[in-house]
Design a protein around this ligand. Structure first.
Ligand code: ZN
Length: 67
């Protein structure tokens, strides 16, 4: 099942309020301005700065922030 297009339209980066880009098979939502990826877990976008993965780490395979 895909993320709802209308849901994507209302989602924005909690840091800069910018738009988001869907990555890959809807695994994550990228804010290119902040270079942060918000993970999508169980088809629910996690729009929390604390959960966002830096884009470089995401591209290296990380799907969670290191604690
Ligand atoms: Zn942002």
């Amino acid at each position: 099942m895909a993320l709802h297009p209308e849901l994507l339209q209302i989602l924005c980066c909690p840091v800069c309020k910018g738009g988001l880009v869907v990555l890959g098979a809807e695994e994550g939502l990228l804010c290119s301005a902040c270079q942060l990826v918000y993970p999508v877990r169980d088809e629910i976008p996690v729009m929390l700065v604390e959960e966002a993965v830096p884009q470089a780490k995401w591209e290296a395979g990380a799907r969670e922030v290191e604690r």
